[in-house]
Ligand binder design. Structure first.
Ligand code: NAD
Length: 702
């Protein structure tokens, strides 16, 4: 787990852990250690390098190789294969090819020609910076503390003051070949420096060994951080102009978010499904509740890493919107978003160049909610979460910079040139096509059961997010842990929910709204099975079946319907009924009647949902024995007894009873459910029933 509090000490080099490591592993150790602390560098930000002498596989000679963090990836979690490796002599040999700053982007195309040992890791845009500095080990970090200094109006003078002249300062220049040249020239002109602060960006530092480089980097960052804190405290400044309001109490915040977020999600989708991430950390609350929120937010973020992820400015939703509901809420949010998009488009038009890529999605990424916190929106959950982390970095920078001096964002044109950089665009174009469920959220009731887990797995496999809702806390924990491990924590949430309890169902959907922004898919699957002859069917047994299977399906369907309507982006409801809803089984009155109700319920949802693009369909399983908890209890005994066979013969019995002579597994139900859940597969199907029973003549739909 990464640390971000300032009271904690910075990570330290461990000689025992590094004993016997070769140069490449020492670089990896240093990189992971630096990346383990968000105060040293932000997620995915910064890079490290080492110039290592090693044997050339072609000539057998010893040659100098630049190992440098490759394009993409994160220092904290990278592995050895995250470094690109390049011949230093070839990199140095590029200099005569350089035609000047206006042509610096073409230098990137030469980098693959310098590859050492057929390494396929693409070299990053920062490679020339590392190559040009004459040190064996170089770090380029994005520490909040140093960026704060780099983003001050009097950055150069303050850099000199903080580091007593031991660290140089250069004005902002976009990363690339030119910056590499200028850094090297600056370094040559100022011998003996420990590092260089790059205005509006971050820190370059170095050392003659992996350890001394690490220690130098950390010492400089620690010094910057300590200096800032001491000066902020000494000046007794009111952070961000002081507090204007206090955070809403949990209940009010929760209720407001549950109402607002599905509308916000729907309005900002514009054809591409998006997911939301909420951040209510103390840093965020201090900022959104501050008197200077509006002017500071308008200044924009500084470090290129920040605004590439966050867009240059956030959207602020005024508190007056919180009290609105229904159409009034939609209109208010829609107006705010439209005005944000207009501003963003105007920024694009102002700054675009003849070769600029086309305008991208003009919707905000960061949305600040005074008294509540921050919501970030992106095409997937991890991107939304990380954008939020970056904005926290930006908040930290503004707080520290403004406490001592005056924070300045990057000039608009510079920010634009980074955002719409052709190299950045090429990176975006190279991204693989997203999986079909990316950006979609499914709430699966009975998600801790056999069929529910298989359905969740199917949706997660194609990139979707899942909220598992189940009454069984223990089973839920197990399934959540397994799925989060297999598909990543960002994608899965678990909520204890009793589908028979209205408040519990509403709370489950509120949770989905707060975690992801809403739901696109409901899989109503929670269930039980019961068997009893008519005279033995007690009212309690009847009511239990009705409450879970009929009322429960109604309640989750209704809440899903409301949320889908608020989003305004359609949706898919899939009811997992049963063959028994089509054709009654002997001695299962309560179960069969309730399952039939589910099928009719689905048709009602299909009817009322159609004008809203909300589809509703049914999947009817039969005899799914493996993995199902229903088949581990009384039902199994009763079915075996009713058919005069042993419990261990049930699977073969049902297989042989089917027309296709095949057993039905949870994965088969999952596949059918996925078909109805997925817009790209079944956009034109609603009010349908799909039997997955290996063939049963009596259950044929007609
Ligand atoms: P399962 O018992 O493995 O899973 C059902 C899940 O629903 C369980 O995790 C349970 O805790 C949960 N649940 C029960 N009551 C709940 C409540 N009030 N609120 C929330 N969650 C509750 O069974 P399964 O085989 O995976 O069944 C899933 C669905 O498929 C059920 O609706 C069932 O009727 C239907 N079905 C199953 C079969 C089969 O042969 N397995 C056949 C036809 C239909």
């Amino acid at each position: 787990m990464r640390t971000s509090t300032s009271i904690q000490s910075f990570p330290r080099w461990d000689d025992a852990a590094t004993a016997g490591m070769d140069d490449a592993h020492l670089l990896l150790y240093r990189s992971n250690l630096l990346g383990s602390d968000l105060r040293i560098t932000n997620y995915g930000g910064g890079n490290t390098s080492a110039k290592i002498w090693q044997k050339d596989p072609l000539s057998g000679d010893t040659t100098e190789v630049l190992w440098v963090k490759g394009s993409g990836g994160d220092l904290g979690s990278m592995r050895l294969d995250g470094f690109s490796t390049l011949y230093m002599d070839k990199l140095r040999g590029l200099k005569p090819l350089y035609r000047g700053q206006a042509h610096e982007d073409e230098m990137v195309d030469y980098l693959p020609h310098c590859t050492f040992n057929l390494n396929t890791r693409a070299a990053s845009i920062d490679t020339p910076l590392h190559a040009s500095l004459p040190y064996a080990h170089v770090d380029h970090m994005h520490p909040d503390g140093v960026i704060a200094i780099a983003a001050m109006a009097n950055s150069e003078a303050i850099t000199r003051q903080v580091f007593d002249g031991s660290v140089g300062w250069m004005p902002w220049l976009r990363p690339g070949y030119e910056l590499g040249q200028q850094l090297a020239a600056y370094n040559d002109a100022h011998p003996g420096l420990l590092g260089i602060v790059l205005g509006g960006h971050g820190l370059f530092s170095w050392g003659e060994s992996a350890k001394t480089c690490f220690e130098n980097t950390v010492a400089l960052i620690e010094r910057a951080q300590t200096w800032l804190t001491e000066h902020r405290l000494a000046r007794k400044v009111q952070v961000f102009g002081g507090a204007r309001s206090v955070a809403l109490a949990d209940g009010a915040r929760h209720a407001t978010l549950a109402r607002l977020l599905p509308v916000l999600r729907g309005l900002s989708a514009q054809g591409v499904p998006k997911l939301l991430h909420l951040n209510v950390s103390p840093e965020v609350l201090e900022f959104v509740n501050a008197k200077d929120l509006e002017p500071l937010a308008a200044l924009g973020t500084s470090c290129p890493d920040h605004f590439l992820r966050t867009k240059i400015r956030p959207l602020i939703v005024p508190e007056t919107v919180y009290a609105l509901e229904g159409a009034a809420l939609k209109t208010a949010l829609s107006t705010l978003l439209a005005s944000y998009r207009a501003d963003y488009t105007a920024y694009y038009e102002r700054c675009k160049r003849a070769t600029s890529p086309a305008l991208r999605d003009a919707n905000p990424v960061v949305i600040l909610l005074p008294r509540i916190g921050m919501v970030t929106i992106a095409k997937d959950k991890a991107t939304a979460r990380i954008a939020g982390e970056f904005y926290v970095n930006a908040i930290n920078v503004m707080r520290e910079a403004n406490a001592v001096d005056q924070y300045v964002g990057l000039p608009e044109q510079e920010a634009f040139d980074i955002e719409y950089w052709l190299l950045e665009e090429a990176k975006l174009q190279r991204l693989p096509r997203p999986k079909p469920m990316v950006g979609k959220v499914a709430l699966v009731t009975g998600g801790a059961g056999g069929i529910g887990q298989a359905i969740a797995t199917r949706i997660l496999t194609d990139g979707g997010c899942v909220v598992l809702a189940d009454i069984d806390q223990q089973a839920l924990n197990t399934v959540y842990t397994d799925l989060a491990k297999a598909h990543g924590k960002d994608h899965v949430r678990a909520v204890v929910c009793d589908v028979t309890d209205e408040a519990s169902v509403i709370a489950a959907f509120d949770r989905a709204a707060i975690e992801f922004g809403g739901v696109d898919i409901l899989v109503s699957n929670a269930g039980i099975a019961s068997a009893a002859a008519i005279e033995d069917t007690t009212l309690a047994l009847w009511n239990r079946n009705q409450s879970i299977l009929a009322t429960g399906y109604f309640l989750v369907g209704r809440e899903a319907f409301k949320q889908m309507k608020a989003q305004g982006t359609g949706g898919s409801i899939v009811m997992i009924a049963s063959k028994n809803g089509m054709v009654a089984s002997n001695q299962a009155t309560a179960y069969c009647a309730a399952k039939a109700a589910e099928i009719q319920l689905s048709r009602s949802f299909a009817l009322e949902g159609a004008p809203l693009g909300i589809r509703s369909n049914v999947v009817n399983p039969d005899a799914v024995i493996r993995g199902s908890k229903i088949w581990t209890g009384k039902w199994s005994k009763e079915r075996a007894a009713a058919n005069n066979i042993g419990e261990d013969e049930l699977e073969a019995f049902y297989r042989d009873r089917s027309m296709l002579k095949r057993s039905v597994f949870p994965q088969d139900i999952a596949e059918a459910t996925y078909f109805f859940a997925a817009e790209h597969l079944s956009a034109k199907s609603t009010g349908n029933i799909l039997n997955v029973d290996a063939g049963n003549l009596a259950a044929f739909t007609r």
